[in-house]
Ligand binder design. Structure first.
Ligand code: C5P
Length: 291
């Protein structure tokens, strides 16, 4: 038996713009994505067999069959590598809140691709893993290596930008889910009042100007959402009250994050929000993984 443990890191959208609806049912996006240290741990065991994939997780509401993106990741990897004579057992220790806009599922899928590539010495390039990732979901290509990245198209056209100046991050997921397809439909039906200045953010990243980066944090979905908006604004208010230099909802939510330069202020925000919201985390930004 061969085995490996991989970490699947959560992502934030420091900026998220929806440019247009595309003919394929997806939307053209422009986003600045950022990896954070908050992660799921995935144990991958590979043994001789007939291609049976089994999975287990510490979140009993999550499916462990092909509805789980980590299981599908094994399938697409084995198809590309032409592997038919191995069984795989996945053990997922989830920490990243589910349905939160933090890319938890996408990151699990990407981590499985990375882990199998290392374990089985397949030698697929980062780009090949990203292509496989796109078969699993729009955010999976980013999650293959992560870091600080401009993501365009469906999310798969990736351009690394200057890595963010390391900072503390408080993430808080209120206990209501947001439907991603519903929010995309809403974006199509209402005119956007305000758009993020993504080029300005890229310039601020180039200058290592964390304060300007933080001021430019913006997510168009926050504007169009109706249900839960008050709670999102309250959490942002608590983050700013504690000293956050920027705060926003991530992706299609409902997780909210704040960036902090001072650990004690991040601690204070964490302690305050944790009393009200079980899924609150104090973490930090991380650089890209080299592949
Ligand atoms: O690619 P993924 O399965 O993560 O996308 C989930 C849903 O989000 C899609 O079915 C679509 O409704 C929406 N989406 C979109 N445009 C994107 C990414 C996602 O409309 N670029």
């Amino acid at each position: 038996m061969e085995k490996i443990q991989v970490h699947a890191y959560a992502k934030l959208n420091l900026a998220l713009d929806v440019l247009s609806a595309m003919d394929n049912g997806y939307h053209a996006l422009r986003m600045i994505m950022q990896s954070i240290a908050l992660c799921d741990d995935i144990d991958i065991q590979v043994m001789p067999g007939d291609g049976t994939i089994t999975a287990s997780t510490n979140r009993n509401f999550l499916p462990c069959d092909e509805r789980n993106i980590a299981v599908r990741a094994v399938k697409v990897f084995f198809e590309k590598a032409g592997i038919q004579d191995r069984d795989v057992k996945l053990t997922l220790k989830k920490r990243i809140p589910v349905c939160a806009g933090l890319g938890g599922g996408s990151s699990d899928g990407a981590a499985v691709l990375r882990g199998l590539n290392t374990l089985l010495k397949t030698g697929f390039s980062k780009e090949e893993l990203e292509e496989l990732g796109l078969l699993l979901g729009s955010d999976v290509p980013f999650c293959v290596a992560g870091g600080t990245v401009l993501a365009e198209g469906r999310g798969e056209i990736l351009t690394p930008v200057t890595p963010i100046v390391p900072c503390y991050v408080v993430v808080c997921k209120p206990p209501f889910p947001v439907s991603t397809p519903e929010l995309f439909a809403k974006v199509d039906s209402v005119p956007l009042k305000c758009r993020p200045n993504i080029d300005g953010m890229i310039a601020a990243l180039e200058q290592d100007d964390l304060v300007s980066v933080s001021r430019l944090i913006y997510n168009v979905f926050e504007d169009v959402m109706s249900r839960g908006k008050t709670e999102i604004l309250q959490i942002k208010g608590s983050l700013y009250d504690a000293g956050a230099i920027g705060a926003s909802m991530s992706g299609t939510g409902s997780a909210v994050f704040g960036l902090f330069t001072k650990h004690e202020q991040a601690e204070q925000a964490y302690a305050f929000l944790k009393k009200q919201y079980a899924e609150t985390y104090l973490t930090k930004t991380i650089p890209a993984i080299s592949i």
